[in-house]
Every structure is written in structure tokens, then in C-alpha cells.
Write a new protein. Structure first.
Length: 705
């Protein structure tokens, strides 16, 4: 049967359903938390405090602080809920990868786009300021040119001193086309007295004026572009040319830009003096033309500032006036791309660079969208493979080892899926092998139980003889064999053998030898039955002769049977002996087994007579040995599992060491001798796996009283 999979006893298994359940549980816990209850309480108090104010009541002194605390706690609650929802959302690897792609791909694009937008806004603003300053500088230079030409003409033609205003108007009409009115020249003497009607209306010159001054001045009436030169050869020694910056003139300046207003600098002293006269311009000067409507969604309103240097007319102090410019990108583009304005529709011609930039921007957006979709596609391949692996592990966890993951790609993830399928196939194969192994182990356990029944459980009872045997298998079943058979009141046989090979085949051959040996020798029950049969037959039947049960004869018959009933490579070594208690005589034969030993007062005697192993050759003869035992003699027979184990230096335990131990402990109880020998063998070979079956048979003649 399929082995059961143990249920996890640790943390619950991670899954999408588990993540959702955990998020819902945490939201419920948050709803019962002190933070949520505190927010509800503060919200109720804040609402109760806001109702009187909604009906026209005066605001409470502590209302602002309460509302601030409520806002902070509400923000913390929202952040907590967002994190809980993000915990559920980000459980899926796909969402994590998408978020990572957004952070790595989309957010930088948005930041770059924002930076470009801010840069474009600043560029257009500074470009508008540049155009304003450039236009004002051009007009200031034109005012200076009008003043210079007038002075030069009067220097060359002193007789035209009375024509100064006419000359000034003439040159002004040249530099300032129709629509730019208001350029006038004022003539003063070298002492600063007015020499013309306009000069008398303007008033006295400021003492700070110097020859060659050109710039913007701030007067009580407003701002003006001024130029001042001295003419020593003409009637008018000093000439001041002014171009007032009226609303009409500002409209001319603002026409290509939008709207312009000139504010007041914080450095200009506008406080009334002791006479009650305010110094500096009285109000902000602004253009009156409206801002053109936007031409597209991107044609936003841009507000910027230009810093214009001015000179205070009263003090000559240099100040700065802030000019506010309100414009649109379409107006500035007409100036920026003026070189493209040709043909019957210059406005449309100036737009095509922006259209080209728009097409490039749309192309970039399409590439970014394609990249995003490609990233999503790659993300789905990654997360799909991960999900397949997750589903596969779920099937494996349920014991469904025949589940296989579909392989859809040819990449490293596909290699991982193939590896997973290979792993599940290996697990399935190992489980089948485990079941077969378990089945074999069960069969071996049954064989072990059957084999235990083959070993003698109760030693035979012969007067003056104590006998015991013990077998320790190296595996579940043993290839060693020992047996005791009661042949009569004073007769007993003992056998010890070692089967070639190990495992179940050796155990089967061992069972065959046990059955054959017991069948070939008459037991006590057989002898009793034969005696009854002889007595009842009136002499027709006879008792089995001693020759028929002799060890050599038995070994010959056993060899013949094993040779014809077992494979050629199967054989066994066997020691067989029959003991006669009346005569204390031991008859034996040794078929290739380690020679047993009789340890007694006369020393050690080895029982070596016999022949070849049984079952290997057909025609084999066996010699029979006979030994007379004395009181106190110890008969010991063993398998090679005792003498052949090696220590860590490769030295065998050996028969000599065994015989020394038997001599030293031969008078002790047989159980203690067994324990001493087995302990010595285990200590010699260390605590590793037992290399071979260990079998030991001991028989001792009782000592005389």
C-alpha cells in the first residue's frame, strides 16, 4: 500500500487562501484594537465639536488640536490597512515581480518624465524672461540711439538748436515704428534749467545723471527707458530722452509672450517723506492684453519672473524690479522656432518640430508599453512555473507521487520542472522498492522465525553431560547451523555447519541439511518404536545397527543427497559427532569445517579427522574419529564468524586466542563462557556491523565428585 504522509504539526501551510484568511483575521483584530476604538471616539468628539461651527457658532479653542490628533491617528490606521492588504497582494510572486518591475522600470520613467516636465517648465520660463529682457534691452538701446543721434546732429549743425524736438521725433520714428509712441527728448542747459516746454513740465534733472547714461529709471509716474547725453556746442547743453513703459507699450512687449506685470522691488523706498510725497512708482504696471487660449492639452499656463535692473530717479540708487510673465508654450514656440515660420501658414510650420517631438515621445511610450507587456509576459512564465511547482508540492504532500508538472518552455525553469518530475518519479520508484523491500523483510522475518524453530530449544538430557549452543546471525537469517538430537538415554548427537553464501539461499540449504541429518540418524523415539516393532514381529525385524548411525556413514549419505539436490556452487562444511555417555566416547567426522577442540586437563585436542565439504563432489569418503572424554573436558565447536573478525589493524581474532580463552574459563558455567567469548569477539572487531554469522557449541563432561 502507498505509505501515508504525515500531517504537518507546525505552522499552517502557506497558500493564497491562507494569506487571505490571515489578512481577514488581522483586519478583524485591527477592528477590535485600541487604535480603532480610539479613532472612533475621537471622530465622534470631533464631529460633535464641528456641528456648532457649522451652525455659525464660534470655533472651540481645542478643536484644531483635536482635529490634528484625529488626522494623525487616521493616517496611521490607513497605513496599517494598506500594509495588511499589501501583505495579501504581495503573497503571489507574480504581484511581487510586477511591483519590482514598476519600481525598476515605470517609476524611473515617471521620475525622468517629471524631471523633464520641470526642466521644460523652467526652460520655457527662463526663455520668456530672456525674450523680455532682450526686448527691453533692444528698446533701451534704441532710446540711447535716438538720444545719441539727436546730440550728434546738433553738434554738427549748431544752427538747428531750435529743431531739437523735431530731430528727436524724426529719429524716434525710425527706431520705433508706428505703435511704439511716447519717445520724447527734453533739453536742459548746462546748469540744469529747462530749455524746452517739455523739460519745464518734466522738472529739474536729477543730480546723479551722468553723460552717456542709458537704462531703466523708476519715477513717481512709473517706469521709463532713459538716455542722457551732454551737447556743449548746441543751445541745449544736456538732452534727456525718455520712453515711458505705459500699459500700451507693455502690450507691445507682451504681444509675443502673453501678459507682463512689473512689480515693485522691496529695495525701493515708497514711504512718504516729510512733505508727504511718495517716492517711487505708485502702482504695479501691467499689460492689458488677455492671455491667448490654450491650443492643446499640453499648452499650459506658465508663470515666471524676470529681474530688471532699474535706477531710482530721485536718488540714483540701483534697484531690481520683478517682472511677472504669464505665457504659454505655444507663444514661446513661435519665437523658438521662428526659423521654420515660412510659407503661407507660418504658425503650422512652426508646430512641426513639436509634432516631431510628440511622435518621438509616443514612440518611446510605445516602447515602454511593449517593455512592460514583455516584462509581464516573462513574469507570467516565471510565476507560472513557480505555481506549477507549488501545485506539484501540494500533490506530493497528499501522497500523489504520480503527478507530473507540464513543461512548456526550454529554459532554466523548465529544467527545474523536469528535475521536479524526475524527483517525483524517483520517489515513486523508491516507494515501490521500499514496498518490495518491506515485503522481503517480512518474508525474512518469517524465515527467521521458522529458522529459530529449527534450532534446538531444549538441550538433550544425558547423565554427566551439559550441552549448549548459540547462533547470532549477521543478517535476519543465518547460514550457520547447529543441532542436538537425543539418540537414547545415554546417547546424543551434535552437529555444527556453515553453509556457503548468506541470506535466504543459505537459510534454505541450512533447513535442508537439518531435515536430512535428522532423517538419517535414529532418534530415541525411533529406537523405541523399532524395539516395539521387533518385539511384535517375533524376530522378523531387527534393530538398526550401530553401523547405520555412525557419523561417517551419515555424512556420506548427506553428501550424496546434497550433490544431487542443490546447485553446483552450493555446499556446506559440517562437523557431526555422536556421544555415548556410558563409555564417555565421542565418535565424529569433520567435513571441511574448522576443527573443534576438546579442552581439558590433558590440554587441547583438535578433532580434525573427516573429509571434504559436503555437496560439492559426488564420490567423497569420510574418515571417522574417536576420542575418549574425561571428567571436566570441554568440547567446543565454532564457526568462522568467531575466529575471522579483524580489528582496526587488520588482525584476525584467531583460533589461538579463542582456545586460550576456553582454557582459561573451561570450568566456569557454559553461559558465562558464551558471554565471555562473544564479548571478546565484539570488542575485537569494534562496534561496526557484524561481518558473519557467529555460532558456538559447548559440551562439557561433568567432573567427578
Amino acid at each position: 500500500t502507498m505509505p501515508t504522509v504525515e500531517t504537518q504539526t507546525g505552522p499552517p501551510q502557506a497558500s493564497a487562501a491562507h494569506a487571505r484568511a490571515r489578512t481577514r483575521r488581522m483586519l478583524v483584530d485591527l477592528r477590535h484594537s485600541w487604535l480603532f476604538k480610539l479613532i472612533l471616539g475621537l471622530g465622534a468628539v470631533t464631529l460633535a465639536a464641528a456641528l456648532p461651527m457649522a451652525w455659525g457658532g464660534a470655533p472651540l479653542a481645542w478643536y484644531s488640536g483635536l482635529r490634528f490628533v484625529f488626522t494623525v491617528l487616521m493616517f496611521l490606521l490607513i497605513v496599517r490597512v494598506v500594509f495588511l492588504l499589501a501583505n495579501e497582494t504581495l503573497w503571489l510572486l507574480r504581484n511581487r515581480l510586477i511591483l519590482a518591475y514598476v519600481f525598476m522600470g515605470v517609476v524611473p520613467v515617471l521620475l525622468i518624465g517629471g524631471m523633464l516636465a520641470i526642466g521644460a517648465y523652467m526652460f520655457y520660463g527662463q526663455y520668456a524672461a530672456y525674450l523680455l529682457l532682450n526686448s527691453m534691452n533692444e528698446r533701451t538701446q534704441n532710446v540711447g540711439a535716438v538720444n545719441t543721434l539727436t546730440v550728434r546732429e546738433l553738434q554738427l549743425h549748431p544752427e538747428r538748436a531750435n529743431d531739437g524736438p523735431l530731430l528727436s521725433d524724426y529719429y524716434a520714428s525710425y527706431y520705433f515704428p508706428r505703435g511704439y509712441g511716447g519717445v520724447h527728448s527734453y533739453f536742459y542747459s548746462s546748469s540744469g534749467k529747462p530749455n524746452s516746454e517739455g523739460a519745464r513740465q518734466l522738472g529739474a534733472l536729477s543730480p546723479w545723471l551722468r553723460n552717456g547714461f542709458v537704462g531703466v529709471i523708476a519715477q513717481t509716474e512709473g517706469y521709463a527707458l532713459a538716455s542722457f547725453h551732454t551737447n556743449s556746442n548746441a543751445k541745449g547743453d544736456q538732452i534727456l530722452t525718455l520712453y515711458p513703459l505705459s500699459s500700451r507699450n507693455l502690450d507691445q512687449l507682451a504681444q509675443p509672450l502673453g501678459q507682463i506685470s512689473m512689480g515693485l522691488s522691496g529695495f525701493v523706498d515708497l514711504s512718504p517723506d516729510r512733505a508727504g510725497i511718495t517716492r517711487g512708482p505708485a502702482a504695479v504696471l501691467a499689460s492689458t492684453a488677455p492671455l491667448p487660449p490654450r491650443s492643446s492639452i499640453f499648452d499650459i499656463q506658465i508663470t515666471t519672473w524676470a529681474f530688471i535692473p532699474v535706477t531710482d530717479w530721485n536718488t540714483g540708487k540701483a534697484e531690481t524690479v520683478i517682472a511677472t510673465i504669464t505665457t504659454r508654450p505655444s507663444l514661446l514656440n513661435n519665437q523658438l522656432f521662428a526659423s521654420f515660420q515660412s510659407g503661407p501658414n507660418p504658425t503650422a510650420a512652426s508646430r512641426w518640430p513639436l509634432v516631431l517631438l510628440g511622435v518621438i515621445a509616443v514612440g518611446f511610450l510605445i516602447i515602454e508599453l511593449f517593455s512592460f507587456l514583455a516584462g509581464m509576459r516573462l513574469t507570467r512564465t516565471i510565476t507560472g512555473a513557480v505555481n506549477d511547482l507549488y501545485v506539484g508540492t501540494e500533490h506530493i504532500n497528499r501522497g500523489e507521487f504520480d503527478h507530473r508538472i507540464p513543461v512548456r518552455t526550454r529554459d532554466q525553469l523548465a529544467a527545474l520542472e523536469i528535475s521536479f518530475n524526475t524527483m517525483t518519479a524517483s520517489i515513486q520508484r523508491l516507494l515501490i522498492e521500499q514496498r518490495e523491500k518491506q515485503k522481503l523483510e517480512n518474508e525474512l522475518n518469517i524465515a527467521h522465525e521458522v529458522q529459530i524453530q529449527l534450532f534446538p530449544r531444549i538441550p538433550p538430557r544425558v547423565a554427566g553431560l551439559e550441552i549448549q549452543g548459540r547462533c547470532l546471525p549477521a543478517r535476519v537469517v543465518s547460514g550457520d547451523y547447529y543441532d542436538f538430537v537425543q539418540l537414547g538415554p545415554e546417547r546424543v548427537s551434535l552437529a555444527l555447519g556453515d553453509i556457503s553464501g548468506k541470506g535466504i539461499s543459505a537459510a534454505l540449504l541450512m533447513a535442508t541439511i537439518v531435515a536430512a541429518v535428522r532423517a538419517y540418524q535414529p532418534s530415541q523415539a525411533d529406537l523405541a518404536a523399532s524395539a516395539v516393532a521387533v518385539a511384535g514381529s517375533g524376530g522378523l525385524l531387527t534393530m538398526p545397527s550401530e553401523e547405520e548411525s555412525r557419523p561417517a556413514q551419515l555424512m556420506t549419505r548427506l553428501n550424496h543427497q546434497l550433490f544431487h539436490s542443490t546447485p553446483p556452487e552450493k555446499y556446506a562444511t559440517l562437523f557431526y559427532a555422536a556421544y555415548d555417555g556410558e563409555r564417555r566416547e565421542l565418535r565424529y567426522t569433520n567435513a571441511g569445517h574448522l576443527p573443534p577442540a576438546v579442552v581439558g586437563a590433558r590440554g587441547v585436542r583438535r578433532l580434525e579427522r573427516g573429509g571434504m565439504v559436503v555437496g560439492l563432489f559426488e564420490d567423497v569418503s569420510f574418515e571417522e574419529g574417536k576420542v575418549q572424554l574425561e571428567p571436566g573436558d570441554l568440547l567446543a565447536a565454532w564457526s568462522d564468524g568467531i575466529t575471522e573478525p579483524e580489528n582496526e589493524y587488520g588482525v584476525e581474532f584467531g583460533e589461538e586466542r579463542l582456545l586460550q580463552m576456553l582454557e582459561a574459563h573451561r570450568t566456569r558455567p557454559l553461559a558465562e563462557i558464551f558471554a565471555t567469548v562473544l564479548t571478546a569477539v565484539h570488542d575485537w572487531s569494534g562496534n561496526g556491523e557484524q561481518p558473519d554469522d557467529i555460532t558456538l557449541v559447548l559440551a562439557r563432561i561433568a567432573a567427578a565428585n
